[in-house]
Design a protein around this ligand. Structure first.
Ligand code: HEM
Length: 347
């Protein structure tokens, strides 16, 4: 049972049933009672879920739905097509970045088992999260007409389960990678030179010096950290709707202590904003990672080995991470008796 109350409620709402309205009252009903409802007036409900007191939440259609189906999908499509186009163009113009001195046949360890586990936990779960997320955004239009409603429903349902559960594997992978690699990702003076030379990505034979990670990789690392925090918080809020209503409560609290913010946020609006934000961050994340996947696989000879076997060719290492090789050689020289195998070449 819903009853509209409060100062803004037209009196007619409490006294007259729409079924028995006279013609004159019917005009009042359209401009008064129903227009209040259409504008999202909150009524009183006797069930515990007070959100049910909102019969029609118009912004749900005008702001949230039209934004999601309009600009969000449009710019997401442009962004994804643009990165695929740019990577294809780069490949055509630059080709695969070769090891200039060829493979030496001698390798050294770049990532140990734990580092590779963290990377592939993060990467494997990300790929499934990305595919199931894109399906939620575009599948109905791009996939359903091709594979049919039943197959689409099956894929989407399982995609949603995977999306919910694998999000935790992804967070764990990123947290582990953060712990393992943060120490190598603080900026240093070589990063500026690396950036000024475009990382040697646009000039053949140019190899600006770098330690374990170059400036490009550091940008990727911090982007992954920031985007993961943002996408995880918004995702958890979507998984447990109305649990915290953090934004709604903050706005209400600020207004209560006299901040007079131009707007307030209802818990339902907060869910909608969360979903929009989750979608935007997801698409930006996918665009960045597509660039990373390209350079870590087809784009550069010898790069994949680092995360595949963990061993890279020393010529690759010297060309792309010369300062790291020097450090590893130094370590190996200074602690041979300790049994450290770090950086020791292996045939
Ligand atoms: C699925 C395909 C992927 C491939 C083929 C791939 C490949 C690689 C390779 C080869 C490296 C080592 C680079 C080096 O030795 O310098 C690397 C490092 C890294 N990857 Fe991936 N990766 C993939 C997905 C991902 C995803 C989804 C993420 C995060 C969401 C990610 C985050 C990182 C980070 C933070 C590093 C360390 C910094 C860097 O080397 O750029 N990777 N990846």
């Amino acid at each position: 049972m819903l009853a509209i109350g409060g100062n803004s409620t037209p009196a007619i709402a409490q006294t007259t049933s729409p079924d028995v309205a006279t013609e004159a009252q019917s005009t009042d009903l359209n401009t008064g009672f129903w227009s209040q409802i259409r504008k999202g007036a909150t009524g009183n409900v006797s069930i515990p879920d007070k959100n049910a007191g909102v019969l029609i939440q118009s912004e749900g259609d005008t702001a949230y739905r039209s934004f999601r189906n309009g600009p969000l999908k449009l710019y997401a499509t442009y962004g994804l097509l643009a990165i695929l186009f740019l990577l294809a163009l780069y490949f055509l113009l630059r080709g695969r970045i070769k090891i200039d001195h060829g493979r030496s046949g001698v390798t050294m360890q770049r990532f140990n088992g734990l580092e590779r586990f963290a990377h592939w936990l993060m990467a494997g779960s990300f790929v499934i999260l990305a595919l199931s997320g894109l399906n939620m955004l575009f599948g109905r239009y791009a996939l359903m007409p091709v594979i049919g409603k039943e197959t689409f429903a099956f894929i989407t349902l399982w995609g949603k389960y995977l999306h919910n559960y694998l999000s935790f594997a992804f967070m764990l992978g990123v947290a582990l990678a953060f712990i393992l690699w943060v120490v190598h990702n603080f900026p240093n003076r070589h990063d500026l030179v690396w950036l000024l030379k475009g990382g040697g990505l646009f000039t053949r034979g140019s190899h600006p010096p770098a330690k374990k990670f170059n400036a490009g990789q550091k940008i990727l690392f911090w982007s992954v950290v920031v985007l993961t925090i943002s996408i995880s918080l918004s995702g958890i809020a979507l998984m447990f709707p109305f649990e915290t209503a953090f934004m709604a409560k903050t706005f209400a609290a600020l207004n209560a202590i006299g901040f007079e913010l131009p707007t307030s946020v209802t818990p339902i609006q907060e869910q909608q904003l969360n979903q929009i934000w989750h979608g935007i961050v997801g698409v930006v994340f996918i665009i960045i990672i597509l660039g990373h996947i390209y350079i870590g696989s087809v784009g550069m000879e010898g790069a994949f080995d680092a995360m595949g076997s963990g061993e890279v060719d020393t010529n690759w290492a010297r060309e792309h991470h010369s300062l790291w090789v020097e450090e590893e050689e130094q370590k190996a020289k200074s602690a041979p008796a300790a049994g450290s195998s770090a950086g020791q070449p292996a045939e």
